[in-house]
Design a protein. Structure first.
Length: 331
């Protein structure tokens, strides 16, 4: 069983943020708290949730995939990252966190959950690092297009939902299918599910997940969950938007040390680079660790990142309004 998932990975310290929020008496009855925590302990990082959306585009996507796999039924793929929170890629928000419960309530009831056996041998912190790595990438709207001959399909700045899941496993050196490269569709995971056997790499854990939609006090739970998600998202976006400024500042120091021959500054520059390269959480946008070894960010990149950083106040406000609306609904 996995416990307290969001542990000591860069922005997290001693225990799960969500678990701490749940323990602060948001729920009136402690028995309800314990019910949620007990179920969370059975939901593993890296579990793959396969869902079918209820709207027409989802139906179209399922039908289109039948060219690849006749039994295709999933239009979307999500990754559980611990404590009832998932990470997934959508057209509007790109790669972001969502409450699992909210997503399950917004799709067809035929959803299924896969667990890869290989993940049991990997340290939880490593699993969490890999699941967070691609946060805030854009949605890969060109994923379904046929790539030009010789084109590089290794996309580093955007993700399609199933592509995100594929990247997650690749980052852990797990090749989920020998014949597949980056173009992994939701129907490929359907195929993995339909071919489950005692010899396969996957197991069906759907029944475990069904328990979460039967629990009481779901509005209270969502308030807690959204608070944890807002905290995680804001901290990671802050790191992303300040990265160009870190790179610019450290590049200036490195260049000055080189031009003046200042050994003390040169040593300091090397130490800063080593610190950045050895951060516990390695994100897709981490270019600052190579400062002084590449062209520094342009004025436009710096201006754009500053605007996005200042925009976090609005993001925080929207998150709070969403939480307050849920609280009002509860009353």
């Amino acid at each position: 069983m996995q416990q307290s998932h969001f542990k000591s990975v860069d922005i997290y310290r001693n225990s799960s943020i969500l678990e701490q929020i749940l323990k602060k008496e948001i729920f009136v009855e402690s028995k309800v708290q314990q019910q949620y925590l007990a179920i969370h302990s059975q939901l593993n990082i890296g579990d793959i949730i396969l869902v079918t959306g209820s709207k027409k585009p989802s139906k179209w996507l399922v039908n289109a995939q039948k060219l690849y796999y006749k039994k295709a039924q999933s239009s979307h793929v999500m990754i559980h990252i611990g404590d009832g929170v998932i990470i997934h890629a959508t057209t509007v928000k790109g790669v972001h966190f969502s409450p699992l419960l909210e997503e399950l309530n917004d799709c067809e009831t035929t959803w299924r959950v896969l667990r890869n056996k290989s993940l049991a041998d990997i340290d939880e912190n490593n699993l969490l690092r890999s699941s967070l790595k691609f946060f805030n990438q854009k949605y890969n709207i060109k994923f379904l297009e046929v790539p030009e001959e010789g084109a590089d399909i290794n996309n580093t700045e955007s993700s399609f939902c199933s592509e995100l899941a594929s990247k997650f496993f690749e980052s852990l050196d797990i090749r989920i299918a020998d014949h597949l490269e980056r173009k992994v569709f939701p129907c490929n995971f359907d195929q993995f599910f339909d071919s489950i056997s005692s010899n396969s790499d996957w197991i069906d854990v759907t029944e475990i997940y069904k328990e979460i939609i039967t629990l009481p006090c779901q509005d209270e739970y969502l308030i807690s969950c959204k608070a944890a998600i807002a905290h995680m998202s804001l901290m990671l976006m802050k790191r992303q938007y300040l990265a160009p400024w870190r790179e610019f500042s450290y590049s200036f120091i490195a260049d000055f040390a080189k031009q003046t021959g200042n050994q003390q500054l040169s040593k300091l520059s090397d130490e800063m680079r080593d610190k950045l390269k050895n951060r516990e959480l390695d994100m897709w946008f981490d270019k600052d660790k190579n400062f002084g070894q590449q062209e520094p960010p342009s004025e436009k990149e710096l201006s754009d990142s500053l605007s996005k950083f200042m925009g976090l106040y609005d993001v925080a406000g929207e998150s709070l309004n969403e939480i307050f609306d849920l609280a009002k609904k509860k009353k």
